[in-house]
Design a protein around this ligand. Sequence first.
Ligand code: GCU
Length: 686
Amino acid sequence: MRCLAPYTERYIITRLLLAGLFALCFSVKAAEKTAESEEDSTPFNTPELVVADADPLVLGFVDARSKQNLNGTWNFLVDPMGVGAPGGFFGGWASTRTPVDEWQLLEYSYPTARQIRVPGDFNTQFEDVFFYRDRVWYQRVVDVVRKADTRYHLWLGGANFDATIFLNGNPIVRHQGGYVPFSIDVTDQLIEGANDLVVWVNNRLGTDTVPTERTDWWPYGGLARDVMLVETPSAYIVNAKFELDEDGKGLEGSVQTRGFNAGDRVNISIPELSVKTSAQVNEDGLATWQANAKPTLWHPDNPKLYEVSVTAGQDRIQDSIGFKTIETQGHQVLLNGQPIRFTGISTHEEPIGRDGVAYSEQDMRAIFAEAKALGANFVRLAHYPYSRHAAKVADEVGLLLWEEVPIYWNIAWENEETLAIARDQVARLVQRDWNRASVAVWSVANETPYSQARMTFLGQLIDDVRGMDDTRLVSAALLGAMNRELQGVILHLAAEGLVSDIPSEPEKAIFKAILDKAGDQAPEAGSGFAIVIEDPLGELVDMVSYNEYFGWYYSRGIAPQLGVSEKTVRQLILKFMPQMEMRSAFDKPMFISEFGAGAKSGKRGEGVWTEDYQAAVYRAQVAMLANSPQVQGMTPWILKDFRAMLRTLPGIQDYRNRKGIIDENGRHKLAYDVLKDFYNSDWAKP
Ligand code: GCU
């Protein structure tokens, strides 16, 4: 055997030794992993992180406080295999590290990563993550010059949908549930000078999350909302609530503080109402107050706001707040004691003219300007809490709001963690917006199928809402088109079809057979027909809200059941909808939270997806709802075409839901004017 040069031999021996060492190390590590987690031997299985929960109380009035705005350019890494998780096989992306020399192996780097804008979803900032639903990492440096007697609160307006924050490499807090603000006092973790802030965000949803993975809107992920380091004195005001008192003769409120002693005073001032009062905090830091005052009540036509301030010790917060009453009386809704009809429209939190999250005040101003131009006095902010800018702008421009948590379609009703996330979202939304005069309705769900577990889950959320705020209506958008309702529609369809020239002769024979079989149940053509909502959730809410898609989806289901063409069913339903009436089995106001139809902007002529057909559906819908005295308002689905992964029809949808009455660029479709004319009609003036 040829004798190898000593160097080569040494090299081979070294390589063999290293290989053996690596294999030993790997096997030890893998053994550790295996020991830790039998079920998942992949090296990426990461141990449960030990972190604190976010502050359960929402830190209010952040716009009035001194703070460091952390919006701007952050470093951004995409981590689909979750290898960055602390403890994971390549774990440790929790802080910025750079190799000490060319020999140190690191397989991630923030300083050389791509840059991303915060706030704003990540999906629409880079093409390669548009459809992405998984883990990403954000990093930036926060320079801090610490002040005496100051607490520092890291505050996020919303991180979609599961966020873990690390400060200087240490796990600080994890918050599950997107769309809502959360904060944590990091005074003891901040260092003087440069702090390394890393946020690990996962926009993957599952069967136990809120919402679940199946949504008809884009799961925009990341640091979608403002991020700030808020400063407060050591003893500070956490939040405060202002409202009209029960008998409407004055004002009352509460102030939640921290760091004060029982007996310390808080001072409330509303100069324009000559309110200047004070109250003592109790041992829980809570102070309640009352004052005589007769404010001009806030109304969409006169959105009157008052400058209010609260001082306590070294802390001072202020805001512009309006006062109104909203209540129900029989089938009516009363705003400031007067009957009102909600001329509304539904939205998603997507700006006009751009994909992604509408994260800024300007975005919301543009959306609400379009709603006002339509003649709307009411906007349904579907299906999740929007940024805090939404209700602030609505207060100013005069729009009533329906705010909602994403308890959407089927939720893991019996999962305790799921309920905890839902309750947290409700609590944060209410605590954030309870001073917003524009908020008229808190909605706890959208289209949830009936079950006892669903009733228990939603009953808990409704109790939570009422426990925090009893000055607004509570509702939920109920699921339409229960089979029982559609059976009635079919009989009327047959009666109409028999005397119409729309169906073919064979189709008329089918209708005749249906009516013969119905015997004396067979309705006369032209006789009215009522859909009656009986969902037991109607007992728990103040306003019975209902999503219905007569003129759009139901025809697709009815036609094959009857063995007639969808064209015939669509044309007949549009013909007899004006004789239909929407009712509920409850002596409460009724509200149509969704109706609509899809149309590709610019497509004209006959048939679905044309603007002409969408407008025909709107004409039939508003006629039907004007014929339904229990219905006190509506928010047709939807203002603008919006991104949705469910909507794949090439050339028509292309991953957009096309039920907007304006398209993604703000171009009005024919249906826009149908709705605008209706909102200008007598129906809108009860
Ligand atoms: C449902 C649902 C919406 C959805 C709409 C549609 O009612 O509430 O989120 O986008 O119908 O089908 O377009």
